[in-house]
Ligand binder design. Structure first.
Ligand code: NAD
Length: 484
């Protein structure tokens, strides 16, 4: 099929290249001429594993081309809208780019078009889009509007396209449903060769969920809000572990082993970031308000997440006291590993706070430094994790890139001024760090101490603060340390 993709960012470019890979002819467009020119010259505007090869292969086969939006809209029978929907000041999604693409569609296209909303938008946007297209329809365009929310994860976006859990299609005409089935047929029937695996692991066929446009739009916001809620929940439990002297790793394992809950998204840390969860959560809260529904649950999820920055900074200050003049090595800037995306990245918020206190930051990230430099030019950017650690009073792990796990502790110990690791992602082994002479501070890992310490029985302090002596089960045990 002849397809146009409008918006060549993380979602648009990935979608365009993957649709070309499964056999469609795709015109990928953006209003940013510089971006289109650099794509034409073979340069990708961001880092995403496997995407570079995919783009090159499909450009050279002639199935993928880059152009401006009006040219793309004139050709493609299916038009995927993948433009940004950033947050407005009040948290609502800014839909002005969607609106301007709609105007362009009715002024540039003729015949029939299926307009597919892939950007994340508030519920009822497809209905508004349909109305808007109808009002400005000067050329007698025939069209359908479909909601097809995107669930790709940056860092594994190509793999996610070829192996989705589900494809959600909100459509209200049989013609549109038939076209959507045709577009996704190779993925839905896992008939295609996936460019990520030489041999794809056997996976169940993805579910095609056909519904109305409102429901499809709600699936996206509700999914992201649920995942954000899981992250804030485990962060809350990590705080409880620290206060009570328990180990979040074991607690999370215990919780997640329940099939109804699952292990995913139970990793505590410095909070969620990126271009999806923070803005989508805020937008969903505003949607709830407009619909007259009480979404205060989600407001709490957001508040917990915002507090993570302050809590992490407090943790650093607890170890280093005054930050003015201290040198801090930051490992990781991207909001998650395997991407260069620093939009709403917790690492950047933390760095801003630390610099405001007078700390000097030496940062390293395998992919995200170019993008971070635009936001934080004052930081000293280094060529390796080791270089960042030179003379540091503490090493802060802020993104869980796997290369940080491979660290040579001995070499690191020779470089730092003070052997302290504050691990905001629980990436490193506390035991390995301490056996190599490092003081290790993680998230919710207070129980790293032995159960029966040989020295002062510190762990009793937390217990006695909360429980009356008589009611504590260990108070009767002869082996238990005395409770003061
Ligand atoms: N990034 C993700 O992981 C992800 C995942 C799922 C859904 N989404 C959603 O997909 C949408 C796009 O996200 P993204 O991360 O790709 O954003 P992005 O900022 O990387 O890309 C958006 C692109 O749209 C272009 N654009 C803006 N207005 C335009 C217009 N009028 N005409 C043509 N091009 C225009 C911009 O120049 C930019 O290149 C958002 O709604 C986002 O919430 C993102």
């Amino acid at each position: 099929m002849e397809i146009s993709v409008i918006g060549s960012g993380y979602v648009g470019l990935t979608t365009a290249a993957c649709l070309a890979e499964i056999g469609h002819r795709v015109l990928c467009a953006d209003c940013d001429l510089e971006k289109i020119n650099s794509l034409k010259a073979g340069r990708l505007p961001f880092y995403e594993p496997h995407l570079d090869d995919l783009v090159k292969r499909n450009v050279s086969s002639g199935r993928l081309e880059f152009t401006l939006p009006s040219a793309a809209i004139q050709k493609g029978e299916a038009i995927f809208i993948c433009v940004g929907t950033p947050p407005l000041e009040n948290g609502e999604a800014d839909l002005s780019s969607i609106e301007s693409v709609a105007r362009l569609i009715v002024s540039s296209a003729h015949g029939y078009r299926i307009v597919i909303e892939k950007s994340t938008v508030p519920v009822q946007t497809a209905k508004r889009l349909w109305k808007h297209l109808s009002i400005y329809n000067a050329n007698g365009l025939e069209f359908d509007v479909v909601s097809n929310p995107e669930f790709l994860r940056e860092g594994s976006a190509v793999e996610d396209f070829f192996h989705p859990d589900r494809v959600v299609v909100g459509a209200e005409s049989s013609r549109a449903i038939a076209l959507m089935k045709e577009i996704y047929a190779p993925v839905l029937r896992t008939r295609t060769t996936c460019p990520v695996h030489s041999q794809c692991p056997s996976m169940p066929e993805p579910k095609l969920i056909l519904t109305d446009t409102n429901s499809a739009e709600l699936v996206k916001h509700a999914s992201n809000s649920f995942l954000a809620m899981k992250i804030s929940f485990i962060n809350l439990i990590a705080d409880a572990c620290e206060a009570a002297g328990a180990d979040i790793e074991k607690v999370a394992e215990g919780i997640g082993s329940d099939k109804r809950i699952g292990q995913a998204f139970l990793n505590p840390g410095i909070g969620f970031g990126g271009f999806c969860f923070p803005k989508d959560l805020q937008a969903f809260v505003r949607i709830g308000e407009k619909l007259g529904c009480d979404f205060s649950l989600l407001r709490e999820v957001e508040k917990i997440n915002v507090r993570r920055t302050e809590q992490f900074v407090a943790k650093i200050k607890k170890e280093l006291w005054v930050l003015r003049g201290k040198t801090l090595a930051v490992w990781g800037l991207a909001f998650k590993p395997n991407t260069d995306d620093v939009r709403f990245a917790p690492a950047l918020n933390i760095i801003r706070r630390l610099m405001a206190e007078g700390a000097k930051i030496r940062a390293y990230d395998p992919e995200a430094m170019q993008k971070a430099k635009l936001d934080l030019p004052e930081v000293t950017y280094c060529e390796s994790a080791y270089q960042a650690a030179e003379g540091a009073d503490a090493v802060l792990v802020l993104t869980e890139w796997s290369e940080f796990r491979e660290i040579n502790w001995k070499h690191l110990g020779e470089l730092v001024a003070h052997s302290l690791i504050i691990d905001g992602r629980n990436l490193l082994s506390a035991e390995e760090a301490s056996s190599n002479g490092f003081q290790y501070v993680g998230v919710g890992r207070a129980a790293a101490q032995p159960l029966r310490p040989t020295g002062e029985p510190k762990w009793t302090e937390a217990i006695t603060a909360e429980l009356p002596v008589a009611s504590h089960p260990l108070s009767a045990s002869s082996q238990a340390p005395p409770i003061a």
